[in-house]
Design a protein around this ligand. Sequence first.
Ligand SMILES: Nc1ncnc2c1ncn2[C@@H]1O[C@H](COP(=O)(O)OP(=O)(O)OP(=O)(O)O)[C@@H](O)[C@H]1O
Ligand SMILES: [Mg+2]
Length: 318
Amino acid sequence: MSQGQSGVTRGATLVEWRAAISKPRAPATPRNDNKDKTFQEERRFLSASDDPNAKESLYRKRTKMRSPLWPTSGQPSSMVTNPNSNLLAKQATHEALIRAENVARAYQLGKAMIHAVNDVSLEIRAGEFVALLGSSGSGKSTLLNLLAGLDRPTSGSIQVSGRNLAALDALELARYRRDTVGMVFQSFNLLPRMTLQENVELPLRLAEVDRSERQARVQQALEHVHLGGRREHRPSELSGGEQQRGALARALVNRPSILFADEPTGNLDSANGEQILLLLKEIQASMGMTVVMVTHERPLAERFANRIVMLSDGRLVG
Ligand SMILES: Nc1ncnc2c1ncn2[C@@H]1O[C@H](COP(=O)(O)OP(=O)(O)OP(=O)(O)O)[C@@H](O)[C@H]1O
Ligand SMILES: [Mg+2]
């Protein structure tokens, strides 16, 4: 899904749904203060969806099965022990975790063809913190969405842990988005009528994680971002920095191996922006996570990232 796209379609995946329902431009679904009702509305949407991920999720609920990638029994409680991350880190020590080859994404707009991403080849190793820099319109968000499996390239290939994303069927791609990827959006995307705790819990509810485990994991994620004392606050009762940290907790609560962050400091003053990046760096180190972050701010990128990748007019430069 490109950033410019708005609205929720029936084929939306869980990640797209999570993103789309909270986009300021697309608050299409009516909400009310009844939290269970809100969740039921989402459940009804998902059950009406053709999305195989939603169907698998509902099937697991009916049969009381758990996510095969995140079995809850015997799962260590600490966020630092992400079995996927550790596995990926071991596998990818000598080779790229993400390998993009000659990736292009073009948009047809009337008679004009916009080459948002143009012949980009890029390798990212497990555990790296890569900053994607470039001027407005240079293709950063488009490239990030392609790597996150939210959009498909017009040409070229993207491999993650040796799997070609283009070769994944809809269910496998949805699993990749749900279990491997965490996404932080520039505009926070917290649901205004839900408390912070409920916002962070949402991905776990959609993934059918048991209630008892959900509470522990939400608590842990919130403590990780120093928001343990703000659980009952709604987004409007949080500062900008707190909302961004809440969005980070929500992206991390499913224990992703790769975190994609689109300008996570874009709406914050420099002190809060720095605080977010300090936190991100600390969490990345403790979880063994790979981070790909879009930013306009070169000084922050130079300070926190292992590597800077520059985009200009959809192409890699420098
Ligand atoms: N859905 C779309 N249809 C047509 N053109 C698009 C679409 N989405 C993005 N573009 C164009 O593709 C180019 C790259 O957009 P992208 O959002 O990736 O830029 P960006 O580097 O993230 O910019 P910013 O820093 O302003 O967020 C832009 O010229 C934009 O106008
Ligand atoms: Mg952008």
